[in-house]
Design a protein around this ligand. Structure first.
Ligand SMILES: Cc1cc2nc3c(=O)[nH]c(=O)nc-3n(C[C@H](O)[C@H](O)[C@H](O)COP(=O)(O)O)c2cc1C
Length: 232
């Protein structure tokens, strides 16, 4: 949807200014450094991963997760990749996980489409956060109980889990499930996303996550592959 490189540069500049005015010191520091030092975070890689390809293959959200073959099981049930991605970076990672492990994919999408304008999106996301809004999502995972493992993907938005991911979690109880978070960002890593996640699903078994710079997704296939291999 957007040029990742250009977007990350805009992100750093704009978010720094806004974060500073909001007193979000940690976020500002993360964006300034251009990379994250948080645990589970990484940005180097060596092969090719196409976020655009991901967008093309998974552009619609439906109540039935999509998969080219029967989903392998993890633990006592199946594994599902559920992802929210506004500009395609996190979706690129999600598609690689699906490719690697043949898991099913569910896209978390807003019932009322988000703006495609970057500056407007910054404001909308900030408003959603300050109001603790729970935007409605398109569809639900109808066979949710069949999944014992959820790979949950999202971008960092204003240092936090996007509100729409909280909406998804409020409608899909992760109690008793294993959750592997994966994330893309513009420099601040997971920031507060993991504590948001723990608060949103306190009875889930949240495992070590994978966090990548949004502009390095295309060159991070090996890291994604290693992470999937380690966990699947
Ligand atoms: C509304 C909004 C808020 C963002 N907030 C942050 C942030 O707090 N920290 C950060 O490092 N990047 C931030 N970014 C950059 C995104 O996390 C980054 O571009 C990510 O790779 C986008 O993933 P996506 O393409 O899957 O939507 C923000 C981007 C948007 C649109």
């Amino acid at each position: 949807m957007t040029d990742g490189f250009k977007q990350e540069r805009i992100t750093r500049r704009q978010l720094l200014g806004a974060a500073a005015s909001m007193g979000v010191v940690a976020l500002g520091a993360g964006l300034l450094s251009g990379c994250s030092s948080r645990s589970g975070d990484s940005s180097s890689a060596s092969s090719t991963l196409s976020a655009k390809q991901g967008e093309a293959t998974s552009s619609s959200s439906s109540s039935s997760p999509s998969s080219s073959s029967a989903a392998p099981t993890q633990g006592t049930g199946k594994a599902l990749v559920a992802v929210f991605s506004w500009s395609g970076n996190t979706l690129g990672v999600a598609n690689r996980i699906v490719e690697d492990a043949q898991f099913e994919l569910f896209r978390i999408e807003p019932a009322v489409a988000y703006t495609t304008d970057y500056n407007e999106m910054l404001q909308v996301a900030q408003d959603e956060q300050s109001q603790n809004a729970m935007p409605k999502i398109v569809g639900n995972v109808s066979n949710w109980d069949e999944y014992s493992t959820i790979y949950l993907g999202f971008p960092t938005w204003w240092g936090h889990l996007p509100q729409i991911v909280k909406s998804f979690l409020s409608e899909h109880d992760c109690a008793g499930k294993v959750v592997y978070p994966f994330n893309t960002h513009g420099g601040s890593g997971f920031a507060s996303c993991l504590s948001d996640l723990a608060a949103a699903c306190p009875n889930a078994d949240v495992r070590e996550g994978l966090s990548l710079m949004g502009d390095s997704v295309q060159s991070s296939t090996s890291q994604v592959d290693d992470w999937v291999k380690k966990n699947a």
